[in-house]
Ligand binder design. Structure first.
Ligand code: AMP
Ligand code: ZN
Ligand code: FE
Ligand code: FE
Length: 288
């Protein structure tokens, strides 16, 4: 199959408000430069980058959708949930995000302690320096390990200590996937499962979450082969979910290179998400 053209839509991006390398303005400028007309800013547990991105977008003609990426629990796995169009001014939303960020702080300290026990000491101040004002995550610890001379690259730090099943890995999830989807729906946003390929028992997970108001699933994603995407789109259709997509751009390599706007996403997806918000029920399309 021929690769599809890019569509100028990217609904999964990170900024310095979490573990991305570009600030919100630089991200939107890059989008404008690359001809990406619509982006969702989906930082981990934070909406801090959204206002600045929106302002820059207004001046450059780039539409910015408010988003967040949350890490949730399901059985023994972490499931990432994208939340679109939740009102950033909602106190309940900001309270929930603040709690998630506090958990990130505690978990970072735990990782740092474990790394010291493993003989790769890295100061919490150095980690904080990498994170700046952003929600702290494993990539900041990986960059600190590189800065401290323990690893040559972030990828190496993940491969040796920070990746899932490595000794210094701790999950950041606090809520279950069900609780997360319900929270997002209650606040009027659209919840979508992020990068679902490889999740254990995905059909069952989707069925459960769809019954709780899941509205979308990320079917178009960096490095997904056409066959993976088409199987995911079929699953999304069966549950009447919006088949969303994005690059998961961080401004650096994360599991291989990813480019802003580098993934084909059907151009009508932003309008489909908006339509769900407008009708007031953001979950799966009701059956006729
Ligand atoms: P956290 O939310 O703190 O658990 O960190 C998750 C983030 O770590 C992801 O969004 C990626 O940015 C990054 N990440 C996860 N796995 C890897 C990996 N193997 N190599 C590089 N970055 C990774
Ligand atoms: Zn990330
Ligand atoms: Fe993710
Ligand atoms: Fe992400």
């Amino acid at each position: 199959m021929k690769p599809r053209p890019r569509s100028g839509v990217d609904l999964h991006t990170h900024t310095t408000a979490s573990d991305g390398l570009l600030g919100p303005t630089a991200l939107v400028e890059l989008a404008g430069f690359r001809g990406v007309r619509t982006i969702a800013v989906t930082d981990h547990d934070s909406t801090e980058g959204v206002a600045e991105a929106t302002r820059t977008g207004l001046s450059l003609g780039v539409e910015v959708i408010a988003g967040v990426e949350l890490c949730a629990r399901h059985a023994d796995q972490d499931v990432h949930i994208l939340a679109y169009h939740v009102d950033a001014c909602s106190p309940a939303w900001q309270q929930a995000l603040l709690q998630h960020r506090r958990r990130r702080e505690d978990r970072a300290a735990r990782i740092v302690e474990t790394l010291a026990n493993l003989g790769v000491p890295v100061g919490m101040d150095l980690v904080r320096q990498q994170a700046g004002a952003g929600a702290i995550g494993r990539p900041h610890i990986a960059r600190a390990l590189v800065a401290a001379g323990h690893a040559r690259s972030s990828s190496e730090a993940f491969a040796r200590w920070l990746g899932r099943d490595k000794e210094a890995f701790f999950s950041v999830a606090s809520l279950s996937a069900e609780e997360t989807v319900s929270l997002v729906g209650d606040l009027g946003g659209v919840a979508a499962i992020a990068h679902p390929a490889g999740l254990f028992d995905l059909d069952d997970l989707v069925a459960r979450l769809a019954s709780l108001g899941l509205g979308g699933m990320e079917c178009y994603y960096s490095h997904y082969r056409a066959g993976v995407t088409s199987a995911l789109v079929a699953l999304a259709r069966r549950h009447r979910l919006v088949a969303t997509g994005g690059s998961d751009f961080h401004g650096e390599e994360v599991h291989g290179p990813r480019q802003l706007g580098g993934v084909y996403v059907p151009p009508d997806v932003p309008a489909e998400l908006r339509a769900r918000v407008r009708r007031g029920y953001t979950g799966a399309d009701p059956r006729p």
